[in-house]
Design a protein around this ligand. Structure first.
Ligand code: SF4
Ligand code: SF4
Length: 192
């Protein structure tokens, strides 16, 4: 193993997380997540430039539609990347790792939309992916639900326009944590 690798010296006065994001609305928020003092979780990219610190809250999700009872015994998720930076994918994949082990909640990954119950949309929704998303959704059997994952899918983040699909579950964050994703799905399934 190679030893004595030289590493860069960290400038004592440099910012640990330098940011060049320019605010476009109140509170110097780059995504207009804060407007007139109100916070829109769909737009927040957790950049922590604002003073309100809205991102201290980890479980940032909303359930627009209860998941049908038929999915209580098993729920198969099919993810589609419609233009991500890769981080949402990593957090989503972690659900199926030994650490989170979503199978104990009867939540599994589907390798084809034909076996899927829920379409998980991630990314800014590029033009090239519009048809792919539509075809994946059409290939899924009824009943089916759609989950929006991450600021990019919900609102476009800072680069895109966001998928136009109507979501049953909206999971905010940039990226959302695996526990937030699991909590959102389990809560939507257990909702009376
Ligand atoms: S943390 Fe969220 S609300 Fe605050 S500035 Fe960044 S994007 Fe805006
Ligand atoms: S929401 Fe954030 S983490 Fe997820 S794809 Fe967009 S930029 Fe990446």
């Amino acid at each position: 193993m190679k030893k004595r690798i030289k590493t860069e010296k960290l400038d004592k006065y440099s910012l640990l997380y330098p940011s060049v994001l320019e605010g476009v609305s109140d509170y110097n928020c780059p995504t207009e997540a804060i407007s007139n003092g109100m916070w829109n979780m769909d737009r927040c990219i957790f950049c922590r430039q604002c003073d309100l610190n809205p991102t201290g809250k980890q479980n940032t999700y909303s359930i627009d539609q209860k998941i049908p009872d038929i999915f209580k015994k098993s729920l198969y998720l099919y993810p589609v990347d419609s233009g991500t930076c890769g981080a949402c994918n990593v957090e989503f994949t972690t659900l199926f790792s030994p650490q989170y082990d979503s199978s104990r909640f009867k939540i599994f990954m589907a390798s084809t939309p034909r076996h899927a119950d829920a379409l998980v949309v991630m990314g800014i929704y590029t033009e090239g992916m519009e048809r792919v998303l539509r075809e994946a959704y059409d290939a899924m059997p009824e009943p089916k639900i759609v989950i929006g994952l991450g600021a990019c899918a919900l609102s476009g983040g800072i680069m895109g326009k966001g998928a136009m699909e109507k979501y049953d579950i909206r999971i905010a964050g940039c990226p959302p944590t695996p526990s937030a994703i699991l909590n959102a799905i389990i809560e939507a399934r257990d909702k009376k």
